[in-house]
Write a protein that binds this ligand. Structure first.
Ligand code: FES
Length: 153
């Protein structure tokens, strides 16, 4: 329909096109903002380290006796503990109760889950609180200056 037929000046047409363009691009942006997270959820990014069987958890000398550190092992946390006698132990740091990250308690000399006060001994056995199973143990090897933690075969 011709603008003159509607009683509008001809200069009004470009501004209507701009408004239509802005509304159209807003709708497209809204659709994209809904679709992008859904697509990212359906197609997760590749986990580069998830298949890794070993990782350098720390350097020799990083941990003093009777201490522990949480490290990244693939997509999950692990915990490396240096016992009072200098030996190393490593476990998954994922609590077997509800998957909180455990930590080493030097005062208790045990591995503790802060979420529900679960306790594991230094062999990874669940000894107190709600955890139903022991922590999965890892192998620890010293390679030069590296403390390498490996999943058991
Ligand atoms: S999640 Fe560890 S005790 Fe509940």
């Amino acid at each position: 329909m011709d603008p003159a037929d509607r009683g509008q000046p001809e200069g009004a047409q470009p501004s209507r096109r701009w408004i239509s363009l802005l509304l159209g691009s807003g709708v497209l942006a809204s659709i994209a903002s809904f679709l992008y997270p859904a697509i990212r959820y359906i197609i997760p990014p590749p986990l580069a380290e998830s298949s890794s069987r070993s990782v350098v958890a720390a350097k020799v000398g990083d941990l003093k006796n009777n201490s522990g550190v949480v490290f990244k092992f693939g997509s999950e946390p692990g915990i490396l503990v240096r016992l009072a006698d200098g030996q190393y132990r490593a476990f998954t740091a994922v609590c077997t109760h509800l998957s909180c990250t455990v930590q080493y308690r030097a005062d208790l000399r045990e591995i503790w889950c802060p979420c529900h006060n679960g306790l594991y001994d230094l062999a990874g056995r669940n000894v107190s609180g709600p955890p139903p199973r022991p922590l999965q143990a890892y192998e620890v090897h010293i390679q030069g200056e590296d403390i390498v933690v490996s999943r058991s075969a």
